[in-house]
Design a protein around this ligand. Sequence first.
Ligand code: SF4
Length: 446
Amino acid sequence: MFLVFSLGRKMARIAIETYGCTLNRADSDIMENVLASDGNAVQTGYSRSYEGFDYVIVNTCTVKSPTETRIIDRIKKLSAGGVRLIITGCMASANSDMILRAAPGASIVTTSNIHRISDAVAQLAAGRSRVDYSGYSRVDKLAFGGAKGAVISRIAISEGCVSSCSFCETRFARGPLNSFPHEVILKAIEMNVRKGSREIELTSQDVGAYGLDRKTDIAELLAGAAGIEGDFRIRVGMLNPEHLHRYIDRLIEALCMRSAYKFLHLPLQSASNSVLRSMGRNYTIEEFIGYVDEIRAKVRGVSIETDMIAGYPAESEGDYCDSLSFLRNIRPAFTNVSKFCARPHAKACGMQQLGNRIVKSRSSEMSRVARQVQKEDLGKLVGSRASALVTEQNERSFVCRDDYYRIIALPRRTPGITLGSRIDAEITGSTSVCLIGRACATRSPS
Ligand code: SF4
């Protein structure tokens, strides 16, 4: 059920600038659909100047201090340039005071209110100097999303989570778990695939918690997509491993279906049980490795991505070395290493912090080890062949994804390649983040 509004409002020119994770980008897609359905002209992406635009929506992220500082500088600059600002995203929900200090005239629309973005614009068009749509409302905002049929479609499946990780600011922004209905999500997948999407990214703050408030789960949802026709792949978003025990067998089964990328993103954060306890992560390193071994044994060639934090306040030298050994021995396909930074509302902010020099040296060493592992393992695939979907492009290359969600980069000048096509590629090289290929055959999107 897709809702389209046309309340005869004056058309406005609106830009949406998005920061942060896939969930935030899915929110921007929903806002774009609501505003465009209401007759507004919407531009998405970053732009140096917003001359001629009536409103600029800045969809913010609060996960790391450097990102937040950059966004605040951007808001200050836009506000000083006289742009009418509407601030959404996690900062709007968790740190609106910081925003209003930077831009007192900015309007606020929090993450659970983005489906009302058109009302906010209408209020401003009707003469209000600023509006404030804050506070929490439990709404299945996916129902307000459209189906653009872009090659990559981001579909939010829930908002909020049930965990209380000590380093996390996001949970203060997104509120309690609100899982969107199965049928609405499956409909969104089907509509986007029918319109030409080849990659569906199921996203949330924690897909692992999906359905706890609706007696379902991510494994059941993924299996529900099995019947959808088409040559497309579903990527399951970030999943807190504490939930895996509830459905790992069924999730493994669902990952084996054709339309699922053989890929899982399981943030570990630390390989030390004492640090995991301090972080409020409800699993042990032994359990985590057990899950990885079981998934690797039953989903052939599966790629496991993980996240690690270096320099967490309670991390001893020994704990840190455990994390390095984990990377060298368990060899995740891809590791996102974050330097610990204290977040204002998060419990870890009140802990005795490690010195910046220690935090910095640990995170750069951990990044180096992670890249070395990736380089070695991707290097083993040189000379092999793979089938992949062409999902993105930039000036120099086409970005293709094989069934294990690995990137295969093809030169942009390769003839006969279009976004959405499927290629057979010979792997001719590799780096620490991707494979380099030569197209042997191409099949256009059916
Ligand atoms: S699972 Fe933890 S890190 Fe993820 S959003 Fe929830 S509290 Fe934050």
